[in-house]
Write a protein that binds this ligand. Structure first.
Ligand SMILES: C[S@@+](CC[C@H](N)C(=O)[O-])C[C@H]1O[C@@H](n2cnc3c(N)ncnc32)[C@H](O)[C@@H]1O
Length: 400
């Protein structure tokens, strides 16, 4: 089930993109091998461990399963750039001082272990004229962390205090993301469930992910204008997380959620996003689309059952990259985009002819007219006169 889907997801991923796949103990080992094959072992970034529940399980007769995995792969490792985890809580006690560059702590310039290099043992003269030496450990001097040249160059960065020499370390904007997601800030299954239940006033989905977990993954992996695709959308947590993050940082991330089950897609995924937008006053919206019958068989040949409307939808989208408005379809006219009108002549496969009789059906405008059919019987001059471009109906697509 997963192999072809992962292959397609890899094709859809941008070169600097990343994929997160959440999986539990039962399938983790199999998925890892599949991912290695599809994305390449060299693109493996991490296997995160997320603590999904807290407490309980004391009546269990076996291990109490408290975690799930999130496998992380890039498409091209050298192009993917991870963001710092800006929500990581750093203890205030580590940064008791403040100057014009921010909050900072002090760390001694001398090491607490015995000497590592003689060149790192020398006297430093303080601004007060006092001579400072590395501390004595087990009867022997330890050493400085900086060499003589660095001390000379960055002398003004040293802090002389209580008979010791220190350097400053500043509170960072964030830390590189960790692999263990055990903190409650990553949410638990229960918090995911509470959130969706509060939106629907009843329990509608069994194991939704918490928004907090997905938001963390988005924070460390996306830029504010990225596109996020979740091909197993379920309760729509990913969409909710994107909306919330956009509200928080003013970003313009877009999401695409795919859900296979009709009932879930309509009544839960889309409905949850709608309710979340209303309740939390999110600034973004979304478009709900249903997949039509497949147009092409596995050999890339058009399905015999394909009808006019399906062709029209496909052609309009490939021409304009936007969805057709079916209300606009009027006989052979299937819609317009910019200054181009689109027409389709289709009754039976390979029997559709663009001829002179058809010209009276065209709108009396100066717009360019792209007309799809199987054959064209109109001469060049006439085509120019009516501003027509003829295109062959695509009965085949390249299958990859
Ligand atoms: C475990 S749930 C995902 C839960 C989701 N992360 C959330 O927070 O709600 C998996 C969902 O994927 C859907 N699904 C399964 N196979 C699918 C497929 N091939 N394409 C799209 N959706 C699929 C299921 O109907 C189910 O709703």
């Amino acid at each position: 089930m997963m192999y072809p889907r992962l292959k397609l997801l890899r094709d859809l991923l941008s070169d600097d993109g990343v994929i997160f796949v959440s999986i539990d103990d039962n399938e983790q080992a199999h998925l890892k091998l599949l991912m290695d094959e599809v994305f390449g072992e060299n693109n493996f970034l991490s296997e995160l461990i997320w603590k999904k529940k807290q407490g309980g399980g004391n009546d269990s007769t076996n291990f109490v399963n408290e975690h799930e995995y999130v496998l992380v792969y890039s498409k091209i490792k050298s192009l993917f750039k991870i963001n710092l985890d800006t929500q990581h809580i750093l203890s205030d006690s580590l940064y008791p001082f403040k100057d014009e560059n921010g909050e900072y702590g002090l760390i001694t310039l001398d090491k607490s272990s015995i000497r590592q290099s003689d060149s790192l043992i020398f006297d430093i003269k303080g601004p007060d004229g006092k001579i400072y030496k590395p501390r004595i450990v087990k009867g022997k001097p330890s050493c400085w962390r900086w060499g003589k040249d660095k001390v000379r160059k960055d002398y003004d960065k040293l802090v002389f205090k209580n008979g010791k020499v220190y350097t400053k370390y500043y509170r960072p904007d964030g830390v590189p993301p960790r692999t263990l997601l055990a903190d409650s800030r990553f949410g638990r299954t229960e918090t995911g469930k509470e959130l969706i239940t509060s939106l629907f006033k009843e329990s509608v989905f069994t194991y939704p992910k918490p928004v907090e977990l997905i938001q963390h993954l988005l924070r460390i992996s996306t830029n504010p204008s990225d596109i996020i695709l979740d091909s197993f959308a379920g309760s729509g947590t990913t969409g909710h997380a994107v909306l919330d993050l956009n509200k928080e940082d003013g970003g313009n991330r877009k999401f695409i959620l795919i859900e296979m089950e009709d009932d879930i897609a309509k009544k839960i995924t889309a409905e949850r996003i709608k309710r979340a937008i209303e309740k939390y006053d999110y600034k973004d919206g979304f478009e709900y689309c249903e997949l039509d019958k497949p147009l092409f068989d596995e050999k890339g040949q058009i399905e015999e059952t394909c009808d006019f409307n399906q062709f029209a939808t496909y052609i309009y989208f490939t021409e304009t990259q936007t969805n057709i408005d079916k209300k606009q379809i009027d006989k052979n006219f299937i819609g317009e985009y910019g200054e181009t009108e689109y027409y389709l002549i289709y009754k039976e496969k390979m029997k559709n002819i663009l001829d002179k009789k058809f010209l009276i059906k065209l709108k009396k405008t100066k717009n360019k007219k792209v007309i799809y059919a199987d054959f064209c019987m109109i001469d060049e001059d006439e085509m120019k006169k009516f501003n027509i471009q003829f295109k062959q109906i695509p009965y085949e697509v390249k299958v990859y």
